[in-house]
Design a binder for this molecule. Structure first.
Ligand code: PBG
Ligand code: ZN
Length: 324
């Protein structure tokens, strides 16, 4: 109690503040999402995400070097194919864009995680096979199994299914195991909400649904208890890591997942979070320090690792100050 206790004593200097700091951002805990686009010849900035580029295969060696120099060791790959069809067949083609991109990242020593979904590959932009104007669950998860195996064959280290189909983790685990990939972990997008914050990504990945929306498979934003049930199911189906997505509007869900479950917990700071903050900085509404405060908030909420489009920026910043 005052005057014996003065909270301000431990805030006296930067060294002291750092010493008593409860949360820090480690580069080894960051994952950089990367878009690989089969339709372009040189890196192209994504209109809705200032500072983020899509890359053609030919540019990956130089990009990998740059990312490696920033001290970033983990990537999450998304592919934008030149051909789309109703079955998203480029998603499981052995010559698909992601399957061809994986070896570049492996060669440069990255932990290479592949996003597993069909919306970038289907001509209708939904995350699976359509029947009666909706995504048909059980057909779709058999496709997911096939995609997982083709990604694993290309050398992916971790498979990350993001389609929010029931039973997807089980179907993928089974397909991987039957094909000799029993040691490939599944990072499950467990509690993924139907959020406005994916808008810029859909522009980047050209994956907006051509009709309807994703509300019959992604979660309804008001529900937190349901998120715990989704995570529980994924754990039962064999997930090795669980995820909450988006991060910023769902920090309460991250906190509760941390308290309830012992699996490594991933949080995905999505495209809309990046674009909001980046645009505010560009327009001088916020200082660049917003980026560290933002990513710190996700770790403080309880995430063990964070997928963020700011990974490269933070890596370069920490490198410059010989940091962490
Ligand atoms: C594919 C997928 C999406 C994102 C990750 N995987 C888009 C979506 O569900 O519409 C969003 C990532 C982001 O916004 O950064 N299903
Ligand atoms: Zn999808």
């Amino acid at each position: 109690m005052y005057p014996q206790n003065r909270m301000r004593r431990l805030r006296n200097s930067e060294n002291l503040r750092n010493l008593v700091s409860e949360t820090s951002i480690l580069r080894e805990k960051l994952i950089m999402p990367v878009f690989i686009n089969e339709n372009i010849k040189k890196p192209e900035e994504i209109g809705s995400m200032p500072g983020i580029y899509a890359y053609p295969l030919e540019s990956l060696d130089s990009y990998c070097e740059k990312l490696g120099k920033a001290g970033i060791r983990n990537v999450l790959l998304f592919g934008i194919p030149s051909e789309k069809d109703s079955e998203g067949s480029q998603a499981y083609d052995e010559n698909g864009i992601v399957q061809k991109a994986v070896p570049y990242f492996k060669k440069h020593g990255f932990l290479t995680i592949t996003d597993l979904c069909m919306c970038e590959y289907t001509d209708h932009g939904h995350c699976g096979i359509i029947r009666n104007n909706d995504v048909e669950n059980d057909t779709t998860i058999s496709y997911y199994g096939r995609i997982a195996v083709s990604q694993a064959k290309s050398g992916a280290d971790v498979i990350a299914p993001s389609g929010m189909m029931d039973g997807q983790v089980y179907a993928i685990r089974k397909a991987l195991d039957e094909n000799g990939f029993e040691n490939i972990p599944i990072m499950a997008y467990s509690a993924k909400y139907a959020s406005v914050l994916y808008g810029p990504f859909r522009d980047a990945a050209q994956s907006a649904p051509s009709f309807g929306n994703r509300k019959t498979y992604q979660m309804d934003p008001p529900n937190r208890r349901e998120a715990m049930r989704e995570i529980q199911r994924d754990i039962e189906e064999g997930a090795d890591m669980i995820m909450v997505k988006p991060a910023l509007f769902y920090l309460d869900v991250i906190r509760e997942a941390r308290e309830r479950f012992d699996l490594p917990l991933v949080a995905y700071g999505v495209s809309g979070e990046y674009s909001m903050i980046m645009n505010a900085i560009k327009n001088k509404l916020l200082s660049e320090n917003a980026i560290e405060e933002y990513v710190t908030s996700i770790f403080r909420a309880g995430a063990d690792m964070v997928i963020t489009y700011f990974a490269q920026y933070l890596g370069e910043k920490f490198e410059a100050r010989m940091g962490r």
